[in-house]
Design a protein around this ligand. Structure first.
Ligand code: NI
Length: 171
């Protein structure tokens, strides 16, 4: 296993629509090693999620913790279950040092497969839905900074100092 280098905002791989993995390719040692390396990388960075384009692999794979430990989703498709948005300050390993307020659907349904190729479907709410939305956006070349509420982008240090008084301090 290896800790992978993370692409930063401005690298074209972060703006490219990632390719589906598919069952056949998922079973290859290359893709299984990529999943292992993504899991090791996100843990090393102490992140809640990581998408394959962030490690220069333009494939539809995310690893994330939505409450049951770090897991891998292959070819995820998410669908909003409500028009109601939840607003939280987001950050991203590819956009280091910044935070911004983003609204995302409060409840979603995800359809994906496990790294073993087992299809599953799950309903997620709240913070889990937000993490899933953020990571799956990466697969379509979208960064959270594209969605921030105007005038809420700030450095992490200033976020920690001032966001509480400005916005109630949720993260
Ligand atoms: Ni991100």
């Amino acid at each position: 296993m290896a800790i992978l280098k993370i692409a930063r905002m401005g690298h074209p791989v972060l703006r490219t629509t990632a390719a589906p993995v598919g069952r056949e390719r998922l079973a290859t040692p290359e893709v299984q090693r990529l999943v292992d390396d993504m899991l090791e990388t996100v843990r090393d960075y102490d992140g809640v999620g990581l998408a394959a384009p962030q490690v220069h692999a333009s494939l539809r794979i995310v690893v994330l913790d939505v409450g049951a430990g770090m897991e891998a989703w292959i070819d995820p498709v998410i669908e909003p279950l409500t028009e109601e948005l939840a607003y939280t300050f987001e950050g991203c390993l590819s956009v280091p040092g910044l935070r911004g307020l983003v609204g995302r659907p409060r409840a979603i349904r995800v359809r994906a497969s496990t790294r073993e190729g087992q299809p599953f479907e799950r309903r997620l709410e709240g913070f889990s839905a937000i993490v899933a939305g953020h990571e799956c956006d990466h697969l379509d070349g979208v960064l959270y900074v594209d969605k921030i509420v105007p005038r809420t982008l700030m450095f992490t240090e200033e976020y920690r100092r001032y966001a509480g008084e400005l916005f109630g301090g949720e993260e």
